[in-house]
Design a binder for this molecule. Structure first.
Ligand SMILES: [Mg+2]
Length: 391
């Protein structure tokens, strides 16, 4: 077989990697279900741009503050400058090694594929096979609210055109949360499919104490939710309790188990598939592994009869990276669309983008048709909220 001389084809040689740390405001107080006692008024995003010799720039972002920018500057930039950006498979090792040394930087792979798409003149999902042109979205809520409040929310969510909603469980007594599901089911019937996120897989330190569910609590809650026709239960147990997840899954009938947003690396997802932990894997293209590496995870899932429905609650660029990813695979289901007014509406998640993603009349999302991941930054807003620069 003829050897291809890749050195002569490095058209997209990387010349610079620069990061801007943004502190983006939220329009109202937000009380995340996953951070007990926390009141959030803004969120950190680190925007990373990879510049190339021929003038193409790839863009990505981390759901992280200066720690991500420092990790990139120390552990990634020295190994990227001078390399061919259009060869992400040769550079993924740098991103994997960086996680051993500092803050995870898997989101950087998005910028490389953004460059590949721009060079090819194609949206990334088409470059990767375009399994579909749009995906059905569900409205992901983020707070624990009363049954009365949530029924009102769900009426609005259904009127907006969503066909599915995800509710959060984080009351001290999960029976309180089950009452919310009962109320929504009673008042809205089958207008909205219901998903439930228990957020038990990752323990946040210092958030007023997180009390993880026992196996028995997970079983009791799961049985009730199955009775109520819930589509999936997300993260009922620790992210490494492979045996417990499998035992729980074996006890369920029609309801699916979902999880994986807090797992890292292709090998850990291979383990989740092998151990039979979940029906729905939820890697995130800017958190869990490189975006193209997750496409490989999707292939493992496909062979095992599982689906991939990424976590997307990071920022607008992360949402779009995940959208291109799922539009390129055959085995996906519902797509997470974070939208929890007034604290965290979809417009806040995507505030740094000129065009903010929103569902069509069928409750579906379509990836942008421009080359790469297809977004354009609102430079004026980005500059206004930049608090630090690196590179
Ligand atoms: Mg989740």
């Amino acid at each position: 077989m003829a050897r291809v001389d890749t050195a002569t084809r490095a058209a997209a040689r990387i010349t610079r990697v620069r990061s801007r740390v943004l502190d983006l405001p939220l329009p109202a107080d937000f009380r995340p279900a996953w951070g007990r006692g926390e009141v959030q008024r803004s969120f950190f995003v680190t925007l990373v741009e990879i510049e190339t010799e021929d003038g193409i720039t790839g863009v990505t972002a981390a759901e992280a503050g200066p720690e991500a920018a420092v990790a990139i500057e120390r552990f990634v930039t020295p190994h990227l400058v001078g390399q061919d950006a259009a060869a992400p498979e040769r550079l993924i090792g740098v991103l994997r090694d960086a996680e051993v040394l500092g803050s995870p930087v898997y989101f950087v792979e998005v910028a490389l594929w953004d460059i590949v798409g721009k060079l090819a003149g194609m949206p990334v999902y088409r470059l990767w096979g375009a399994a579909t042109e749009r995906v059905r979205a569900y409205c992901a809520t983020g707070e624990v609210r009363t049954a009365e409040h949530r029924v009102e929310d769900c009426r609005r969510i259904a009127a907006d055109g969503f066909r599915a909603v995800k509710l959060r469980f984080h009351s001290d007594d999960p029976r309180e949360d089950i009452k919310v599901v009962e109320a929504v089911r009673r008042e809205l019937g089958d207008r909205l499919a219901i998903l439930v996120d228990a957020n038990q897989a990752g323990v946040l330190p210092g958030m007023g104490g997180h009390r993880q569910w026992s196996f028995q609590t997970a079983v009791n809650v799961a049985r009730e939710l199955e009775r109520l026709g819930v589509v999936w239960l997300e993260e009922p147990l620790s992210r490494h309790d492979y045996a417990g997840l499998r035992r729980l899954r074996d006890r369920l009938g029609t309801m699916q188990l979902a999880g994986g947003e807090n797992n890292h690396g292709i090998h850990e997802f291979a383990l989740l598939v092998e151990k039979g932990c979940y029906d729905v894997l939820q890697p995130d293209a800017v958190l869990s592994e490189g975006v193209y590496q997750i496409k490989k995870i999707a292939a493992l899932a496909e062979a095992a009869g599982l689906v991939v429905a990424p976590h997307t609650w990071t920022h607008g660029i992360g949402l779009l990276a995940n959208l291109h990813l799922v539009a390129s695979i055959p085995n996906t289901s519902l797509f997470e669309f974070p939208h929890e007014p007034p604290g965290w509406p979809a417009s806040a998640l995507s505030q740094m983008l000129v065009e903010k993603p929103w569902i069509d009349q069928d409750g579906c999302l379509a990836p942008p048709q421009r080359p790469g991941f297809g977004f354009e930054l609102d430079e004026e807003l980005v500059e206004r909220y930049t608090v630090a620069r690196f590179g």
